[in-house]
Design a protein around this ligand. Structure first.
Ligand code: AP5
Length: 219
């Protein structure tokens, strides 16, 4: 089973990916996480990635494919959950070819829909654990950590991403509208696009996604 989570920034891709990965034993592939790992390096490439991520514009397709190929070479699990990839038609076509070469296909594209104003609140309130990567939100009561700046799960320190500010959000959102949202029609035409109301609490969003997967898999 191969799944894409398609959505604007902070719509809940990472949050849902964590839940889906556990329930369906998928290999969660976040191109954002791969890029942030590169950006943490002190070499010239790392510095270049850091600059691009902070600005909010998309990284070039060549870089994305290079990171993706490296990742897939090392991964054994064939059930893939794509979070933040593809982000344009070129990336989508390349993914399709790559899956064909593995005698595989895409099964579901979940479009997580959230209004822009809500996304902004989510972006500015997001906090992440440095140790285990768990995601919190200090602007949303049900998603706040129990103790300020400390992860409930592992006691790690919570931090804010460099691109989680209003300026960078505006650029990221515009990139989504200009380049990524064209994928909605693309996957709709392939009849594998499912719209999900991602303004609901995360457990309800997860239930909606799971219901669709289970319904389609039993038919
Ligand atoms: P990436 O890391 O993918 O960032 P993004 O798309 O902007 O998405 P986010 O990670 O911000 O949000 P999310 O949807 O995962 O939301 P989350 O679950 O954390 O990419 C970063 C950058 O890398 C891009 O800007 C680009 O430069 C580059 N890049 C990446 N992939 C690329 C590609 N393929 N090609 C080119 N460039 C690429 O949730 C957000 C917050 O909301 C959290 O605090 C969470 O707790 C809260 N929340 C989640 N769900 C709910 C809910 N249901 N109700 C209330 N709050 C919720």
């Amino acid at each position: 089973m191969n799944i894409i989570l398609l959505a604007p920034p902070a719509a809940g891709k990472g949050t849902q990916a964590e839940l889906l990965e556990q329930k369906y034993h998928l290999n969660h592939l976040s191109t954002g996480d791969l890029l942030r790992a590169s950006a943490s390096r002190e070499d010239a490439f790392g510095k270049e990635m850091k600059k691009i991520l902070e600005s909010g514009v998309l990284v070039s397709d060549d870089i994305i494919f290079k990171l993706l190929d490296e990742y897939l070479e090392e991964s054994e699990n064939k059930n893939l959950l794509f979070d933040g990839f593809p982000r344009n038609i070129n990336q989508a076509e390349r993914l399709e070819n790559m899956l064909k070469e593995r005698n595989d296909q895409l099964d579901f594209v979940f479009l997580l829909e959230v209004e822009k104003e809500i996304l902004e609140t989510r972006i500015t309130g997001r906090r992440l654990c440095r140790k285990c990567g768990s995601v919190y939100n200090v602007n949303i009561n049900s998603l706040k950590p129990k103790q300020n700046s400390i992860c409930d799960k592992c006691g790690g320190e919570l931090y804010q991403r460099n691109d989680d500010n209003k300026d960078s959000f505006e650029v990221r959102y515009q990139e989504y509208l200009d380049k990524t949202s064209t994928l909605i029609n693309y996957y709709q035409n392939k009849k594998i696009l499912y719209r999900i109301d991602s303004e609901k609490p995360k457990e309800e969003v997860f239930q909606s996604i799971s219901n669709i997967i289970e319904k389609e898999m039993t038919e």
